[in-house]
Design a protein around this ligand. Structure first.
Ligand SMILES: [Zn+2]
Ligand SMILES: [Zn+2]
Length: 327
């Protein structure tokens, strides 16, 4: 049994889930999936275009057609349109196609909607070696709770995950990868206004991962170090930002800091905690949280701004005693 991900416009997906549309059809000018890739018994995940997976179906039968003409397409639609439910505007779009795949659906069921990590615009994805990991992630659903997982979210509590999210709003800003929520004021954050730090911190805390770092117990070594170096912490923070994320090198043809994404440890120094909490830990996080593109050195004023965030975290955590888990 193969597994397929089919992307459908909402109106057609609704018709399938209502049981009115029983055949999913794909028309193309070239031989492309799902042409000759679907078999009886395969499973199809039904994903709404720009939306979540909302249903599943099993393939009852398939029919493939090639060497089509516009007359032949019209005939085909006439004979199957009870199941196809194709509208006239769509018929105009497909009139120059040469290949067609009809997939007869069975056991259609609705599922609790979930988002998948689909990063390209393909309308049909077939399980294969190459995208096995991606299909597996799709089947697994949202990431499971773990103490160290930036993909994790607790969406019902308003704690989402925007990390490497391929779900975007109309303006191209990230939405929660697990529930699609569009709740962060990215434009405001990307102004990097040093007078607006409090609001920036509120926005950062909408991500489960950041909130975790705002509340996690700080280890004793880090705490002792922070207290003994209290007066130097601003200088040390700036140095750390500069060293960990400030400079890029040509690595494997990409301009990035050394070990980008792995350069900020999880313990031993309060500045590391601050970096994870404020989205200043790697260039990916800096890009989406603070709107600074990857692939170039950070400018002085950008480093100043990021240092301000880091020191705001340190001040807040030291004032509360550092070890407390209280909000
Ligand atoms: Zn969410
Ligand atoms: Zn990061």
């Amino acid at each position: 049994m193969k597994i397929h991900l089919a992307v459908l416009y909402k109106e057609y997906l609704d018709l399938i889930l209502e049981g009115k549309k029983t055949i999913e059809a794909r028309f193309s000018k070239v031989k492309a999936p799902p042409f000759r890739k679907v078999s009886k018994g395969d499973k199809i995940l039904l994903k709404e275009s720009r939306g979540p997976v909302r249903g599943e179906a099993i393939v009852k039968d398939t029919k493939y057609f090639e060497g089509l003409t516009s007359e032949r397409i019209q005939e085909l639609v006439n004979s199957f349109n009870d199941g196809l439910q194709i509208k006239n505007d769509f018929l105009r779009e497909i009139k120059n196609s040469r290949y067609a795949t009809l997939v007869f659906l069975d056991n259609v069921s609705e599922v609790i909607p979930y988002y998948v990590r689909k990063t390209d615009r393909r309308g049909w994805v077939v399980w294969s070696q190459e995208n096995q990991k991606y299909v597996q992630e799709t089947l697994d659903g949202p990431p499971k709770k773990s103490d160290m997982n930036p993909y994790f979210s607790d969406c019902e509590s308003g704690l989402h995950s925007f990390f490497k999210s391929s779900i975007r709003n109309k303006e191209g800003y990230p939405c929660c990868r697990n529930c699609g929520a569009d709740v962060v004021d990215w434009k405001r954050l990307h102004r990097r206004d040093s007078d607006d730090i409090a609001a920036t911190i509120q926005e950062l805390k909408k991500e489960w991962w950041r909130t975790h770092w705002w509340n996690v117990e700080i280890d004793q070594k880090a705490l002792d170090h922070a207290i003994s170096r209290k007066t130097d912490l601003q200088v040390l923070s700036r140095k750390r930002i500069q060293k960990s994320v400030g400079t890029v090198y040509d690595l494997k043809g990409r301009l990035q800091p050394y070990r980008d994404g792995y350069q900020t440890p999880y313990q031993g120094n309060i500045i590391y905690y601050a970096q994870h909490a404020t989205g200043t830990c790697c260039r990916k996080c800096i890009q989406y949280w603070h709107g600074i593109p990857e692939g170039r050195d950070l400018r002085d004023e950008e480093i100043d701004y990021l240092t301000l965030l880091v020191t705001a975290y340190i001040r807040a955590r030291l004032n509360e005693g550092g070890g407390s888990r209280d909000k």
